[in-house]
Write a protein that binds this ligand. Structure first.
Ligand code: SER
Length: 320
């Protein structure tokens, strides 16, 4: 079997950093080229092949793919939900054109696989909110959601029309300590741990009973790699898979933190992100992913909270 060589575009983001580290463990450091528009994240600095690359620069990406003999691309660069609403046309441009260009490159260079993340943001206010099924009403109202759903349709189209092996999943809010989130509506669930350790207080930009689907990064990374390594015949849908692990509200995550930091307090000042959150599912039915390729989460709110606080405490070097 030919040795796979992977290019990650957007490796400096919340998912990219950890995915690059995990893929390097499996495929070997030299076989995973990390790239981002920014300088390398501290965890990727001098830790393997790295390129400064703009996800919109098709020519530069094409040359790199040829030069490095790339066989797989993980395209993670994107403008997320909250940032997207500030400049919708820019979000559409970046999210869509980077994808279409990568899909074309996949066909042209006969890449073995492409990964492109979708999101719970594909769902909208008309979608059933509890246990949202894999196939349901899909009428997103954020530009991020519109671009993700359109992107899913393009991925399916390229698979059906050109046989391109492109895979995707709809991530819930992702919680991580190694890398920082950027521009999402679910980012509060990361900020809250930082603020609990630093200041024992957090003001949340969502209201206390806003339930959203969430997942710990360890599960998300393992799930992504399992999806990519599953035999192609198990990919019985080429739309993105629903994926779930837990659902909680700001009030519940605060209570989970209080088990470790009893004097932690939370207050609420909902802003424009409340409306985005209100249009998304409260919980997700991921039985299709479980059936097709064996997805299973490991972390729940309490185990994630214990792990987050343990690692973040070390990282921030504060003795709580
Ligand atoms: N975490 C993302 C966001 O909040 C959802 O995919 O935008």
């Amino acid at each position: 079997m030919k040795q796979e060589k992977i290019l990650i575009i957007g490796a400096g983001g919340q998912i990219g950093v950890e995915l690059a580290l995990a893929l390097r463990n499996i495929y070997g450091t030299d076989n995973v080229v990390a790239s981002d528009i920014r300088e390398a994240h501290p965890l990727l600095k001098d830790a393997g092949p790295y390129a400064i690359l703009n996800a919109m620069d098709g020519q530069a990406i094409h040359s790199l793919v040829k030069k490095e003999g790339i066989t797989q691309i993980y395209l993670l660069a994107a403008v997320l939900s909250a940032t997207g609403e500030k400049d919708p046309k820019r979000a559409w441009d970046i999210n869509m054109n980077s994808l279409l260009q990568t899909l074309d490159l996949g066909v042209q260079e006969k890449l073995t696989k492409i990964y492109w993340p979708s999101s719970i943001a594909v769902f909208g206010p008309t979608t059933p909110t509890q246990n949202t099924p894999q196939q349901t009403i899909v009428e997103p109202t954020t530009v991020y959601g519109i671009s993700k759903y359109t992107g899913e349709l393009w991925c399916q189209y390229y698979n059906q029309r050109w046989g391109l092996d492109v895979r995707s999943m709809r991530y819930p809010g992702l919680i991580s300590w190694k890398s920082e989130p950027g521009g999402g509506t679910t980012d509060y669930a990361v900020e809250i741990y930082h603020e609990a350790l630093k200041h024992k207080a957090y003001t949340c930009f969502l209201s206390e009973n806003t339930y959203l689907p969430m997942m710990y990064m360890d599960d998300a990374i393992r799930g992504t790699i399992e999806l990519m390594e599953a035999p192609a015949e198990q990919m019985k849908t080429r739309m993105a898979y629903n994926l779930a692990a837990m659902s909680f509200s700001p009030k519940e995550i605060a209570e989970a933190i209080q088990k470790h930091i009893p004097d932690f307090t939370i207050s609420y000042q909902p802003d424009f992100r409340q409306k985005i959150a209100d249009g998304w599912p409260k919980s997700i039915d991921d039985s299709t992913a479980r059936e097709h390729w064996g997805w299973k989460n490991n972390f729940d709110l309490d185990s994630m909270t214990a792990d987050m606080l343990l690692h973040l405490k070390e990282k921030l070097a504060v003795g709580v």
